[in-house]
Design a protein around this ligand. Structure first.
Ligand code: ADP
Ligand code: MG
Length: 400
């Protein structure tokens, strides 16, 4: 595994030192309050550990897309209260990220105190990864901790630039994420299965292309399966499918065969004439029996059973994308059933399971198994780029 430094590589007593800590505080807001504080909970261990070891902390984060200008509606001060509530500590808001205002604040903060810098994206130097901007931020810190994997696919000053000026460490959340991802695709125990589902092939072409070379079993579900079935000449009726991607789908299946990867497409499916909860026209059909006025909205129970058997032969699973239109019952059935099988195998100790993706996380939570997977990543874009086999600049900078 590419090595990176963690908080264990810092002296036990950090009194007298200032830590610049990149965190993800891009919280979803509702009526002036965060509607979900999962991201704060994720960075809490790192923040409290550094504070309890005596460091002064300066938290660095982005909030929304201000595009290099100050907007009062995107100030990190708006999440100060939420952060304080989760940490159960008072923190000090600082309206800049570098310069004398930050320096003066450091004069007020005592060891173990926490300052929250304003939205780093208010300054154009952030997204431009301007070294002078990074240098100005770095001037107020003794070391840099990155605990925001979700922003690691961007080469910005606060995710990459700072590592050129300060000794750099992965925070606890970053460390856990990198270890889990390494165990799933970097150096996994074989056989490895990948589940790729969701609405469209076009959004996940690079993922599929990378995975066929990495895994022994590629399980395709969701709307993507319709595209693959159609490419094989199956009539998918009114289903969501990208018929213009038939050649691409066939090429991916050829590449898989060449690489020794078995592609699993469903042989039974759940169909309906209208997309609604528990529609009257609901039925289970063989993929070759879908009528012209029907839509495939989930993979079928026989397919799910066979896929469960595949998972039983595997040691590692990586999952992105639901197998059906899981928000609308009963089209959640396949996703819920296979997720529960994967969770049970994980709990028995025979499977290492890693999942990620916005809707995937919601689907696993809906199935009640999010905690039973080995690791569930909440980093949307960064997780997908990692599944595409790309080097993430924020991670590469820590391992340099
Ligand atoms: P993630 O956010 O986990 O990466 P995606 O955004 O790619 O996942 O896909 C999730 C969406 O795919 C869900 O909204 C789900 O309803 C939809 N979906 C899955 N299967 C089907 C299907 N057969 N027909 C239509 N939509 C589907
Ligand atoms: Mg999604």
């Amino acid at each position: 595994m590419p090595s990176f430094k963690t908080l264990d590589d810092l002296p036990a007593d950090l009194t007298g030192q200032t830590a610049l800590v990149r965190v993800d505080l891009n919280l979803p807001m509702h009526e002036g309050r965060a509607s979900d504080v999962t991201r704060v909970e994720a960075v809490k261990p790192t923040i409290l550990e550094l504070a309890d070891r005596g460091a002064k902390l300066l938290l660095l984060a982005h909030f929304g897309r201000p595009k290099g200008q100050r907007h009062s509606t995107m100030s990190t001060s708006l999440v100060q209260g939420d952060v304080e509530r989760v940490l159960d500590r008072e923190i000090m808001f600082v309206s800049e990220v570098g310069g004398p205002v930050v320096e003066q604040s450091l004069g007020i903060l005592r060891p173990g105190d926490i300052g929250l810098l304003d939205n780093v994206r208010f300054w154009p130097g952030e997204e431009a990864n301007d070294p002078e901007f990074a240098r100005a931020i770095a001037a107020n810190g003794d070391f840099y901790v990155n605990d925001a994997f979700s922003a690691a696919h961007r080469a910005h000053a606060s995710t990459e630039g700072l590592t050129h000026f300060l000794p750099s460490y992965a925070g606890r959340a970053m460390e856990a994420e990198l270890k889990a991802l390494e165990a799933a695709l970097g150096n996994p125990e074989r056989p490895v299965a990948a589940v790729v589902g969701g609405a469209k092939v076009s959004t996940k072409l690079d993922v599929l292309q990378h995975l066929v070379k990495q895994v022994q079993h590629l399980i395709i579900g969701g709307g993507m399966a319709n595209t693959f079935l159609a490419a094989r000449g199956v009539d998918v009726g009114k289903s969501l499918a990208e018929h213009d991607l038939a050649a691409t789908a066939n090429r991916i299946m050829d590449e898989a065969e060449h690489a020794g990867c078995t592609v699993h497409l469903p042989y039974d499916v759940v169909v309906a004439k209208e997309f609604a909860a528990n529609p009257a026209s609901l039925r289970t059909a063989n993929v070759h029996e879908v009528a012209a006025d029907e839509m495939i909205l989930d993979i079928g129970p026989r397919a799910v059973e066979a896929l469960g058997d595949v998972l039983k032969t595997c040691r590692t699973l990586v999952w992105n994308g639901p197998l059906g239109a899981f928000e609308t019952p009963p089209f959640d059935a396949a996703t819920v059933a296979l997720a529960r099988t994967a969770a049970a195998l994980t709990q028995e100790g025979s499977l290492t399971s890693v999942a990620g993706g916005g809707d995937t996380v919601a689907a696993l939570a809906h199935a009640g198994v999010a905690r039973d997977f080995t690791y569930v990543s909440t980093a949307g874009g960064a997780f997908l780029e990692w599944m595409e086999g790309r080097e993430l600049p924020g991670v590469a900078a820590l391992t340099r």
